[in-house]
Design a protein around this ligand. Sequence first.
Ligand SMILES: [Zn+2]
Length: 229
Amino acid sequence: MTTDTSTQTGIEWIEGAERLGPGVVGGPMEYSEQPARVVWHTTESGAGNTMFKEMADYLLTQGVAPHVLYDPVTDRLGQFGPLGFKAKSLRNDGDIHTNGVGVACIQIEVLAEAKRPFTDYWKPGPHFAKLMMAIRSWGVPDSFPAGNPPVFPGDSNRDRTTWNNEPGHYAHANVPGNDHGDPGRISTRELFRASENPSTDALVTNAAPLDNSHSSDACNSRAFKGSFR
Ligand SMILES: [Zn+2]
């Protein structure tokens, strides 16, 4: 017999990720006969530990938490809820609860701006590798079925047939029923390559406690209000 990977389940909690919030985001997936997928977002903010904390609190307070918050500069990784349950970062597509599409719909908010693709300057490390390992455990292939994430805020392919049926990675800009243009033109090659050969120089900064940061990035700390995702 052959193994049907379209509905395989995988890792719920990513090894080494900080727990953010109460540990529950949304309820069970609603369309779990459809394959697992990932949606990439940018927070439209700076990075650094001060922003990490502020953004985590903001996403929780606004009721729009993803599964994962990632800092592309420090390799810091946080997780709000289990990967096999719904998150809250997507708008509905008419009557379809987009957050509930797939055996998993893993949503990742990266502390970055869509106009400045984070793969141009990021420092992915061991935590990014763990994130990608968890993603692959759900049978998500290293591909972007709707095409590479578009240059922000360019035209977006939001084809429903592709979204409903194809496992893989998607830009928020390619999700039906949504109108955001993030995460910008990130390099898909860099994304998949980084997880195979993570650098280790990000570990030290990742270990910094929440209240011990004086990142100058905090000057952008109000930029995300009203414009995140
Ligand atoms: Zn988004």
